[in-house]
Ligand binder design. Sequence first.
Ligand SMILES: Cc1ncc(C[n+]2csc(CCOP(=O)(O)OP(=O)(O)O)c2C)c(N)n1
Length: 561
Amino acid sequence: MKLSGAQAIIKILEEQGVDTVFGYPGGQVIPLYDALYDAKLHNVLTVHEQGAIHAADAYSRVSGRTGVCIATSGPGATNIVTGLATAYLDSVPLVAITGQVAVHQLGRDSFQEIDIVGVTIPITKYNVMVREAKELLPALRTAFKIAREGRPGPVLVDVPSSIQTEEIEWTEPDKEVSDKGDLENKNYRLEKLLEAATVTINNAQRPVLLVGGGTVLGNATAEVMEFAHKTGMPVVNTLMAIGAFPGSDKQALGLTGMHGHIGANLAVTNADVLVVAGSRFSERITGDRNRYVGKKTIIQLDIDPSEVDKNVVSALPLVGDIKDTLKLLNPRVKKLDIKPWWESIKAWEETEGHELEKGDSLTAPWLMQELNRQFSRENTVFVADVGQNQMWAAQHLVVDNPRYFITSGGCGTMGFGVPAALGAKLARPDAQIVQIAGDGGFKMTGMELHTACREKAPFLSIVINNSCLGMVRQWQQVFYNKRYSSTLLSDFDFINFAKACGADGVKVKTCAEFQAALVVAAKVQSMGKPFLIEAIVDQADLVLPMVAPGAVINDFVDPEK
Ligand SMILES: Cc1ncc(C[n+]2csc(CCOP(=O)(O)OP(=O)(O)O)c2C)c(N)n1
């Protein structure tokens, strides 16, 4: 069967099970958009390419499928760079297809010619430019395979416009061959380490399970739960693993790291055995790496061998698919007799207090807890932007399911929130999406509210307005002698902005007004429109607990000093 290159791209997307693509047209992808015109795929036109890639990324994070985005050459392609970096640092499977100038124009500084393959080498798992029509089908199939397999990640395929218009012969994919021999060999090595890990765990006095985002990517959360419940050990989580272990479970201590809970951080610091599943030990988790391990034995489960000993030296690295590893480990571990350990942890947990009430004025921790009360845990997906709002959400929302809390963790990309909420809603039309951002981050990409209106993809957008770039201001207050350089923001009319986008919204200052706004929000969303609540909070409110960068994670900052 003969097809144009552009038609072949569409057919590959269908073959790979893609049903929604996010993108923005331009000169070098006109043939591809022409083919999309006839395709059954849901094609979402965003306001900006950055919006397209964050939406595709969130579509993947929420659904577990591979996200797809399309951009034209030059500025279109460079506009997705932040989104690629965001997906790369959080290991999100994503395929970006960029247009490129025609093959005979390459290398001549042609109009909108940018070497996007060169630009994105360090922030993609794999990238390639298709230089001949016969390479197109294998390049795209390889792209999807690499994006998904092992540790997932974003892949970019750059397709010159001349290849999109060239005629090619469609061929079916080759059958997959599995490499059993290698697996058996690996299992032999793994068995020795599993034996050692089992003995270590079964003899632990002060064990902790640290759950990372790899457990979600590896679909291993059921096995994580079985491990935790069978051993009875306390569980802490990274930002990427919120919901990977149920937040409401009595063994859950919550977030650990820079803004970790006191109980969680003290448990990790005082542990004798730390079982780590799918976390790269970023410095936001470990604080001072030289003093993180101390006398504890680290058992590290990870699919990516390059994570072993990268940031923290682990005594027992169990390299392989986390789900498979836990299936082997779970039958061997036993219920641990660790009552005194639990008593210490409970005492630590009680030392953490939060200023929830300020008369009737809103505080972000109260607001998060109100969201816990008002929304069903089974059907609400939270999308957090970056900054104080993100950390308040991470500390106070109770999330019981994987893929129900998404945020830009590794890259910390402000502006992720609104387009990500759009992608999340399109991935889960049945779910209530609650998107949380600061006033700074919302303004970066808030225009995608307009796309959400066009797509009739309603969500609740909550802007925690503290009239400042709160997290940077917080660092300036605590570490830079209260010199608020470029962090105090001026007024912005969020509600009329939402209205201009085709959405609706209301500004609230008190707890009662917030509760009333949630009722209106539900009505407006039922009509297919996003709803924005601008929640005014005190500029001076801080995210606490907090550990200074580079400090040991049990050394909490006292902002009064
Ligand atoms: C694209 C981008 N630019 C800059 C930063 C640095 N940064 C991290 S948090 C933050 C402040 C965020 O302010 P806001 O969105 O108002 O949220 P808040 O912290 O007040 O909740 C900034 C500027 C970033 N993470 N991402």
